[in-house]
Design a protein. Structure first.
Length: 433
């Protein structure tokens, strides 16, 4: 029996040494614009949580003036990750569609970027054309996402070049004032610059139509959405900014998406997605804009295809270490028992004991299913996720301690707990929606 335990210990030590030898700290660069943008806010919050879970040294590159510049940093291998607007137009980049899709992949949508059209309430207008015609329009940096987003949108409404005067500035300087009649921004709802402008009682947010028409598909925003599925209607609720707006505002939104170079390691991307999803509640505490994060996002609305590491996570194709080597471990244990001889009856008794133990884990997961049915808040569901992980960790520990067998019964347990996690994640998505 001492030989049995000694050899088993050697097997596990060998595996640990094998994997720890590759555990060198990674350095990655994230292209996330400057501190005056929601893009940078998002990157900072995500990195803060990932640093706790992953052995990675993150660095920011804020040299680009917008999403197009961030894409160029990826294409030139000057950055590993970037946060970009999902509305990117291939025609605005000096690369072919094929090259972009081959070299850049999506990791996960992070938050919504909303169009804000802010103007002085004294500007007389009946519609967006009258509001913009002849005005000085703040668009942020010339190469930024807001500029081409707004110019394309105004073209949809029939406003052409020359009908208004574009004013290109740094992000933080894009505010209504002497040089800007109307400030346009595609950013998060809680961007400090937007919040600051909304504290001015002389300024208002323009609505693209009646919010009630969105539900029946009758607004102009619905028409824009038909032309471009990376865009979708968004309603800014009444009094979002203390006492303004006075009525709900209809605008248009897209996603701020984390993308990466296609050649990054699958396991790295798998671990990043897992860390982001598992730590969603902590990330949302850092900034509520991240409440859209979930694993069942609509892949068809993304500008770039998913990284293979993301597909691995979504399909749960990457097994844990013990599950991946369960058959090898079981074979080693079986051979050792045969070699020691005379332990058949003891082995049969041990199997019965282990069978009884795995049944206990079955029951624990089944009991949690009843709690899932009656849970109706994100906090309750997060606690259930923690319980399931604890049950799974206990089972793995018993496997290591030879109190369980890595057989079909154990695989059934893994499938049961995985199904429970999926039900929780689906319910979380329903609550988020």
């Amino acid at each position: 029996m001492k030989n049995f335990k000694f050899v088993t210990l050697l097997v596990f030590i060998s595996f640990i040494l094998l994997f720890s030898s590759c555990d060198n700290k990674k350095n990655v660069v994230v292209a996330a614009l400057n501190k005056g943008t929601s893009n940078y806010q998002a990157g900072s919050a995500i990195v803060k949580e990932l640093k706790k879970d992953l052995n990675i040294d993150f660095k920011f590159d804020s040299t680009a003036s917008g999403s197009l510049g961030n894409i160029e940093l990826l294409m030139e291998n000057k950055a590993d990750f970037a946060i970009v607007q999902n509305t990117l137009d291939y025609n605005d980049l000096d690369y072919t569609k094929e090259d972009l899709n081959r070299q850049i992949k999506t990791v996960v949508p992070l938050y919504t970027q909303n169009l804000f059209i802010i103007y002085n309430k004294d500007l007389e207008h009946e519609n967006i054309v009258e509001l913009f015609k002849g005005k000085k329009i703040g668009l942020g940096p010339k190469g930024g996402g807001t500029a081409w987003f707004v110019e394309a949108l105004l073209g949809y409404y029939g406003l052409n070049e020359g009908d208004y005067t574009p004013v290109y500035t740094k992000f933080n300087d894009n505010i209504v004032g002497e040089n800007i009649d109307i400030s346009c921004s595609v950013t998060s709802y809680n961007n400090p610059r937007i919040v600051e402008m909304m504290r001015n009682p002389e300024l208002k947010i323009f609505s693209l139509g009646d919010p009630e028409n969105v539900a029946i598909g009758g607004s102009s925003v619905n028409g824009i959405n038909l032309r471009n599925n990376t865009l979708f209607p968004f309603i800014i609720p009444k009094d979002t900014y203390v006492n303004t707006p006075k009525q709900p505002i209809l605008t248009i939104s897209t996603f701020g998406v984390l993308v990466c170079r296609a050649d990054l390691d699958e396991d790295l991307i798998y671990d990043m997605v897992e860390a982001i999803v598992v730590n969603k509640s902590l990330i949302v505490n850092e900034n509520p804009i991240f409440n859209i994060i979930h694993e069942d996002f609509n892949h068809s609305t993304l500008r770039f295809p998913l990284h293979s590491g993301v597909n691995m996570y979504l399909d749960r194709s990457k097994p844990s270490f013990l599950v991946e080597y369960a058959e090898v471990i079981a074979l080693i244990i079986t051979l050792l028992v045969i070699l020691t001889g005379g332990l058949r009856s003891l082995n049969n008794w041990s199997k019965l004991k282990k069978k009884d133990r795995i049944d206990l884990y079955y029951q624990q997961i089944i009991d949690l299913d009843e709690e899932i049915k009656i849970s109706n808040t994100s906090d309750q569901l997060e606690k259930l996720v923690s319980k399931i992980f604890k049950i799974r960790d206990d089972a793995f520990q018993n496997l290591i301690d030879e109190k369980l067998i890595a057989d079909e019964s154990f695989n059934i347990f893994l499938r049961i707990q995985e199904d429970s996690l999926k039900r929780i994640y689906r319910k979380q998505q329903e609550l988020d929606n």
